[in-house]
Design a protein around this ligand. Structure first.
Ligand code: PEP
Ligand code: MN
Length: 360
C-alpha cells in the first residue's frame, strides 16, 4: 500500500468536537444575518458555514448567489465574530474567497470524484495559508478521498480536515446518504491525526435523525460535526428537510454526551462491530428480496409455459453448490442446509400461489 504523507496542523480538539454550522446555502443577506445572529451565542461553534455556489443535480434549481454572497459571509465574520467557510469547486471560486478573506474552504462530494477538478483547485491554492476540509466522494472510494487530501497537502495546505458525509446508494436506507462507517474508520486508521468531521445533515437527510446520528458519530470517534442550521428550515431553498433551527442546534450541542475514548473503548469497538453486522444484515435482506422477486418472475414464466414448479435436478444442484461454497467459508453444513431449505420453501410457496391464482 502506498505510503500517505499527510500531517495536518488542524488540531483535533479534546474537550468538545469541532463544530461547523450554518445554512446549507446563503440565500439572502437577511436570511444569512438572521441565522448568524440567532447562532452568535452558541459558544461551541468553531466555523460558520454557508454554500455560495451550489452544485445542483438539475438545472434551474437555486445555484447560489456567487460573489455577492461571499461579501455577506465576510460581513457575518465581522459582525458576529465567526470564522467562516464555504464550498469551492473551481479555481475562480478559490480566487473570490481569498480576495474577500473567507477563513476556510471545503471541497464538495461531487468535486472530490474528479481528480482533474481537484488538481485545478489545489493548484489555485499553491502556497496559500488557509484551511481546507475535503468531503468524501459520492461513491465509497477511499482512495479518491485520500488522493484529494494528498493533492491539497502537496501544494502546502497544512490545516486539513476530512468530512464524512455518507455515500450515494441505490439501496434503500433510512438515511439520505449511506454512512458506510468502515470507510471513515479506515481513513482514521491510515491518517490518525487528521481531524475527521461528520456531516450529519447530509447523512441524515432529515432533521429528525440529526440528534441520534450526531451522538452516534461521536460514539464512533468522529472529531467534529457539520450541522446545517437555518433560521427557517422549512423555507430553505436547498436541503430544507435536513436543517436545524439555531435553537435546535443549541439544544443538541448541550445534550451531546462527550465520552472519554479510553473509558469507552470496549463499547466503541462493540458499536463498530454492531454497525458492521447491521450493514451485512441489510445487504442480506435486500438480496433476499431480490431473490424472491426473481422467483416471482420465474413462477409467472413457468406458468405461461406449462412447466412444473419443482424441478428436482435443479434443486439438488443448488443445494450442492451452495453448501460447497459455504463450507469453503467455514459455515456449518447443517446450518446451510436448514437455511437453503427455508428459502426454497418460500420460493415454492410463491410459485404455487401464482399457479393457483391463474388456475382459478
Ligand atoms: C453541502 O454541504 O451543502 C453540500 C452540497 O455537500 P455535499 O458536497 O456533501 O453534497
Ligand atoms: Mn446542503
Amino acid at each position: 500500500m502506498k505510503e500517505i504523507n499527510i500531517k495536518s496542523e488542524w488540531k483535533i480538539k479534546t474537550d468538545f468536537p469541532i463544530i461547523v454550522a450554518g445554512p446549507c446555502s446563503a440565500e439572502t443577506e437577511k436570511q444569512l444575518f438572521s441565522t448568524a445572529e440567532a447562532m452568535q451565542h452558541i459558544s461551541q461553534i468553531d466555523l460558520f458555514r454557508a454554500g455560495i455556489w451550489k452544485p445542483r443535480t438539475r438545472p434551474g434549481d437555486f445555484e447560489g448567489k456567487g460573489e455577492e454572497a461571499v461579501r455577506w459571509l465576510v460581513d457575518v465574520k465581522e459582525k458576529y465574530g465567526f470564522a467562516v467557510c464555504t464550498e469551492v469547486a473551481t479555481p475562480k471560486h478559490v480566487e473570490v474567497c481569498l480576495k474577500h478573506g473567507v477563513d476556510a474552504l471545503w471541497i464538495g462530494s461531487r468535486t472530490v470524484v474528479s481528480p482533474f477538478a481537484i488538481s485545478e483547485i489545489s493548484a489555485a491554492l499553491q502556497g496559500v495559508d488557509t484551511s481546507v476540509m475535503v468531503k468524501n466522494p459520492m461513491n465509497p472510494d477511499i482512495n479518491l478521498w485520500i488522493g484529494a487530501l494528498e493533492r491539497f497537502y502537496n501544494v502546502g495546505i497544512k490545516r486539513l480536515a476530512a468530512v464524512h458525509r455518507g455515500f450515494f446508494t441505490y439501496n434503500e436506507t433510512h438515511f439520505r446518504n449511506d454512512p458506510v462507517w468502515q470507510i471513515p474508520f479506515e481513513l482514521k486508521r491510515r491518517i490518525p491525526q487528521l481531524p475527521l468531521i461528520c456531516d450529519v445533515s447530509h447523512i441524515s437527510g432529515n432533521s429528525k435523525l440529526i440528534a441520534d446520528v450526531s451522538q452516534w458519530a461521536l460514539d464512533l470517534e468522529m472529531d467534529g460535526l457539520m450541522i446545517e442550521t437555518h433560521i427557517e428550515p422549512k423555507k430553505a431553498l436547498t436541503d430544507a428537510k435536513q436543517q436545524l433551527t439555531p435553537n435546535e442546534l443549541n439544544t443538541l450541542l448541550n445534550t451531546l454526551q462527550i465520552k472519554k475514548t479510553s473509558e469507552n473503548l470496549p463499547q466503541k469497538v462493540l458499536n463498530r462491530m454492531r454497525q458492521d453486522i447491521d450493514d451485512v444484515d441489510n445487504q442480506l435482506i435486500q438480496q433476499l428480496g431480490r431473490r424472491l422477486e426473481i422467483v416471482r418472475q420465474m413462477g409467472e414464466y413457468k406458468q405461461e409455459h406449462n412447466m412444473t414448479i419443482l424441478q428436482m435436478e435443479r434443486w439438488k444442484k443448488v443445494l450442492e453448490e451452495r453448501i460447497d461454497k459455504g463450507l469453503g467459508l467455514g459455515i456449518k453444513k447443517e446450518f446451510l442446509f436448514k437455511l437453503l431449505q427455508l428459502i426454497h420453501q418460500e420460493s415454492i410457496r410463491i410459485q404455487s400461489e401464482i399457479n393457483s391464482k391463474k388456475n382459478l
